[in-house]
Design a protein around this ligand. Sequence first.
Ligand SMILES: Nc1ncnc2c1ncn2[C@@H]1O[C@H](COP(=O)(O)OP(=O)(O)OP(=O)(O)O)[C@@H](O)[C@H]1O
Length: 485
Amino acid sequence: MSQTIQLLLVDDEDDYRRSCGKFMERMGHRVRLAASGAEAMALLDREDFDVAVFDIDMPGMSGLELMQRVQEEALDVEVLFLTGKGTIEACVQAMQMGACDFLTKPCSLADLEHRVQLARQRGQLRKENQQLKAIVTRSRPSPRLIGKSAAMKELTRMISKVAPTRKPVLIEGESGTGKEVVARAVQQQSDLSDQPFVTVNCAALPQQLVESELFGHQKGSFTGATADKPGLFEIADGGTLFIDEVGELPPELQPKLLRVLEDGSLRRIGCHRERKVKVRLIAATNRDLTEEVKDGHFREDLFYRINVLTLRLPPLREREGDIDQLLQHFLPPEWSVDPEAHKTLIQYHWPGNVRQLINVIERATILGNDQRITMEDLPRELLHPIARSTAAHTSPNRIVRETNQSGATANEAFANGLPTKTAPHLALGDSNLKVDDLVKAHVLKVLEQLGGNKAKAARHLGIHRRKLYRLLERFEQNLPSEEII
Ligand SMILES: Nc1ncnc2c1ncn2[C@@H]1O[C@H](COP(=O)(O)OP(=O)(O)OP(=O)(O)O)[C@@H](O)[C@H]1O
């Protein structure tokens, strides 16, 4: 059976409009009728349509003028023209304006319905194309979840239980433990695996962009909004949205997220029209959200909405056997690790978790000789870990406090650092050196020294976490960081 189409019929001829509307309803479509361009605009403002059929000759606003309004407001609807006085010029003009089809009366209602179906298919293809583009640019291939510790086995079991439910999932864990890998595993094992998987990191976005990124905006709604833009909820429609660092969601946006989770409705910024989406939410946090609720930073009702099913990712130091397995997986074939270096890797407390381990392996394989990793190839923080004895079994925030209490200031720790491929050594006083190079080298060194933990690094650098994320993004794209500092 064909799908129901949300259809708008605009024609000033009463009899034709009504009989056509009845026929389309009999064909199973949801039909709205408008006798003029103004009535049509009012409906288009309020509701979403898949396809609209416009008559050309109408008193007041003509069909072509109506099409122009649709274009100006970048409304997401396929338009086909149906007219009694079809001229070639009108047809050409309509097609140039983006209409998808042009029919002249008399035409059978069955033929019209067939063309409406084609128009809807075209719209769907366009939307899928948009979604695919967004997914290709935003996502990376999904890595396999490595780890056979008891904790990881339990996690794998839980993933297989929660994945098929379509309920919201909350993933808790320290930075670098693999929350995004788990989110992808949940999506892969759900029946939405062939649908969009869209990811967004609330902490990485400048605060003023979070709303527009998640919910979209209408052209002209703020400076720089030069075109209508769908938000990630719309792009993920029919699939899964992964919101990383959900605890960073600004309080004023939390009711908006709650609303879309409750009934799937949202409004783009600057637009009064309500849209409906069907999205499975997976959220992740490295903060204790119950504490955030107690402190009044996170709404309790939203917390209960997203915390229907919780997956807790233990830190790497608590996963016995996983370091070895991850080493085997990430070390290039033919490479080996000296016994002393191996012992150091196993005993280290890995505050930056799997991400830090991968970085250390990558660095060691660049520095190492004869396909062997020795103590010399390991970064200094592994040999003289900061607050090593107290770090294990504490929360990330606690590790930072204890680090400071231990008397090792950030700068002392950084001064011990070794050059790496990510944080190059720069000679101060070199006249070719740019402020930008210094900023980049310092930020990367701090990050490396703190095991890739961005929250800690931002605190040590004295900048907000969002600023750090933006700096890292700019480094990756080789853009100057000056305007961010
Ligand atoms: N169990 C695992 N198996 C394979 N790779 C993993 C595993 N855990 C983490 N990784 C890898 O470690 C890196 C960090 O993982 P990920 O981005 O999922 O962490 P995260 O917990 O979401 O971190 P953050 O809170 O900083 O966003 C990625 O390269 C990921 O592929």
